[in-house]
Design a protein around this ligand. Sequence first.
Ligand code: ADP
Ligand code: 5GP
Length: 208
Amino acid sequence: KMIKELKGAILVISGPSGCGKSTLLKEIYKSIPNYYFSISTTTRALRGEEEDGVDYNFVSQEEFEKDIKDDKFLEYAKVHNNYYGTMLQPIIKALNDGKLVIFDIDVQGHKILRKKLGNLITSVFITTPSLKILEQRLIARDTDTTEMIQKRVENAKIEIESFTDYDYLIVNDNIHKAIKEILAIANIARAKTKIFDKKSIVENWINS
Ligand code: ADP
Ligand code: 5GP
């Protein structure tokens, strides 16, 4: 029932850590108007060049668990032993403002969002051509310890099983091809939800 009242659209991007999500998201930001990137809340430590309030809202485990209790999350999950979650309020606001809301979340979060906001969602799973290449990219990125990289590689073997839950799959081999594909998907995400805005579309169509 809530869905009918919301004007925007949702683009969910998932894929194992190191598959190229951040790289591809930057390309979307360059060329898609009126988007809102959902800044997640996490208990994991800051990495590399990350900034609090920009890449994530970094909080303690106690703060996170309080927000769970207070029902503030649209969804949350435990990934690599840390909490990650999406606050509900900013998402409702962005959707009401007609934005394309972009999520970089894991496969568990995607499952929950599908149940809650299914019709608004266009989703894409991104992966590398192989597990070996994923590991090589994580090593080359040089932002995680060897132990963290191993944990991410192990988790990737489980995450890959869920790609069939998604609308689209991008194998990020050639970066130029992957950019073309992600932009095509981001551009079409809005068209999918226009059908929920029947009243204003019909009125405009008749009156202009
Ligand atoms: P994620 O956000 O999914 O964890 P990143 O965007 O940080 O992944 O990409 C992981 C690493 O792989 C980065 O160092 C990035 O520059 C590199 N990378 C991304 N796409 C490609 C590609 N198509 N070919 C080679 N390296 C890539
Ligand atoms: P990273 O630590 O590499 O930034 O993210 C690890 C994983 O957590 C990625 O798969 C990322 O998509 C996922 N993630 C980030 N934010 C959220 C969130 O708010 N909810 C869920 N469910 N997963 C998230």
